[in-house]
Design a protein around this ligand. Sequence first.
Ligand SMILES: Nc1ncnc2c1ncn2[C@@H]1O[C@H](COP(=O)(O)OP(=O)(O)O)[C@@H](O)[C@H]1O
Ligand SMILES: [Mg+2]
Length: 233
Amino acid sequence: MTTITTQGLRVTYGEVVALDDISLTVEPGLTVLVGVNGSGKSSLLGAISGSVRPSAGTVMVDGQPASQARARGAVAYVPQLDVIDRDFPVTVHTVVEMGRYASRASRVEDRAAIAQAIDRVGLSGLERRQIGELSGGQRRRVLLARALAQQAEVLILDEPDAGIDSGARQTFYALLRSFIDEGRTVLMATHDLASVPDLADHAVVLHQRVIASGKPRDVLTPEVLAQAFGMKP
Ligand SMILES: Nc1ncnc2c1ncn2[C@@H]1O[C@H](COP(=O)(O)OP(=O)(O)O)[C@@H](O)[C@H]1O
Ligand SMILES: [Mg+2]
């Protein structure tokens, strides 16, 4: 069981302060990260998964510097869908295979892990398909399969539920739940506030700083939502 801890984390882009003084503990189970556009969700996920360099603070995974945990393949990252180019000529199999880049297992084990991950997300038979030929829901499942193939303890997902219909979203959530039930630690940014109370074990409301953190029903109060989203309490 793996815990992520950030201490005094700060992320800036030039003059823009995206995140300031983020001290957070992410426990095993599903933690959702909510906040308006520009509140720093992707910056936080990037700082944990290594694509964004913090200007101050630390990220620890299982008591170890996150860089070490990442080097042993313990952290899998599913980026926002808009970062994959639909026209890039790459097959389902090739994308999922990327999940094994840090692997030191044998080729036989690698192949088995890839096949198992593709099967688990329900894409068996589509291995040779170009990702550009898939639906949005299927492409998200390809990215999830890549993360599953990595057999990481920690899964970081950036709005995997955006822009797919509710059927595809429910399929995705069910897959995620089975993964969590195996004892993984999952941190996911989402816009789907309505699903959070049923879906998540913990919620974090972000707006450059942590506005609230705890059990979804305790955290997503009218007052907090007013502060984070400008909604009327
Ligand atoms: N690469 C970047 N260069 C400059 N500013 C950025 C960059 N990425 C994010 N930002 C800014 O940092 C802030 C937080 O962005 P982001 O982490 O993407 O938030 P969210 O994912 O919640 O929409 C925003 O003000 C955004 O404009
Ligand atoms: Mg974002």
